[in-house]
Design a binder for this molecule. Structure first.
Ligand code: SAM
Length: 328
């Protein structure tokens, strides 16, 4: 049931955002699933750098939508102007107001309007706002359509030279603390190719963390400034990437593509060499967590197994260097 107050507000279109006074269209003939008579939420992909990547269908939908929700109205207005689109109402939809916008979006779509959603770049909902609105509109049983466009992660993946057969998307890693460590562990053990987003200023630190966690030799590609003038794809090992990124300031936007963990049968590696490797590291003064991570990466096996060995060795003999996580 749509809140009548919201419907009333929408009839008046009492916007707090950008409105250059244009008239709404009758609908979008080219939107999938729906008809021009019915409302729809339309997710529209926009360029990740090169404005030439805005598709004709995107232009069609954006120029005929009743309203466009966008992260930053000034930013999107520039894109619309470039595409020769004017007179479409813009409303903000960003990480801080997405939940608050849900009711009005639902009311609008239910009221027969075509509501477009874009983000500053790429596909909305991919490390960008949009997915919560989509979930709510889907739950309300309304029409959702998509005009696919560029997305930095997919573009980087296909150009990386790494396996595209099975991959996963991690977006941005948590910035610090336990959450980051735990996510790095998961990423290191993942057997599919992993796609990560990162800010340029944090690239060197993240590549160093990945090298430590996945082993120096894990294959990596770093895609920088895709579709732009200074597009570059660096390919090599995790350690090489970390050293490349720390040797100079990396500018522009970057995506990290990480090869999957090698498939190693648990039975291929006996316990003895693992325990030996652990003890060497601990005797050299490494902390248990670091030693476990490094041995797991070195032998290409699950961290859990190495950790269990560390624990078992300690229980057998509490005096040697092997001690469980959290005690050093
Ligand atoms: N929604 C976007 C998409 O579909 O790709 C992603 C938005 S996310 C906030 C921004 C991140 O995407 C950047 O930090 C960077 O990791 C990546 N990115 C965006 N544009 C890029 C480009 N032209 N080249 C490389 N990476 C890019």
């Amino acid at each position: 049931m749509i809140d009548p107050e919201i419907l009333e507000e929408l009839e008046g279109w009492d916007d707090d955002d950008d409105d250059d006074g244009g008239t709404a269209s009758d609908g979008v003939g080219s939107v999938g699933q729906g008809s021009a008579e019915r409302g729809a939420l339309v997710l529209v992909g926009t360029p990740i750098g090169n404005l030439g990547d805005l598709s004709p269908r995107a232009v069609d939908v954006l120029s005929t939508a009743d309203v466009i929700y966008c992260e930053d109205t000034r930013h999107s207005r520039k894109l619309l102007t470039h595409a020769g689109i004017s007179g479409v109402r813009l409303r903000s939809l960003h990480q801080h107001n997405e939940v608050d916008r849900i009711d009005e979006v639902i009311a609008s779509v239910a009221g027969g309007r075509t509501v477009a959603v874009v983000s500053d770049a790429g596909m909305p909902g991919i490390s960008d706002p949009g997915s919560r609105v989509v979930a709510a509109v889907a739950a309300a049983g309304l029409i959702i359509s998509v005009i696919p466009g560029p997305s930095a992660g997919l573009a980087a993946l296909v150009a990386s030279g790494l396996s595209t057969e099975r991959f996963c998307f991690e977006g941005f890693l948590p910035r610090s603390g336990k959450e980051r460590r735990s996510r790095l562990t998961t990423v290191a053990e993942e057997s599919r190719t992993t796609v990560l987003y990162e800010a340029p200023g944090r690239l060197a630190a993240t590549l160093a963390d990945l090298a430590r966690q996945c082993g120096d030799d894990r294959e990596v590609a770093v895609a920088r400034e895709l579709t732009k003038l200074h597009e570059e794809i660096w390919r090599g090992t995790a350690a090489g990437a970390a050293s490349w990124a720390s040797s100079m300031p990396v500018r522009g936007e970057v995506v990290i593509v990480l090869a999957g963990a090698p498939d190693v049968e648990v039975d291929d590696v006996a316990d003895g060499p693992l325990i030996e490797a652990l003890e060497v590291r601990l005797a050299a003064g490494e902390r248990t967590r670091g030693a476990v991570d490094a041995v797991a990466a070195e032998f290409g096996i699950a961290r859990r197994r190495v950790y269990d060995l560390a624990l078992a060795a300690r229980n057998d003999d509490p005096t040697p260097g092997v001690v469980p996580e959290g005690t050093r």
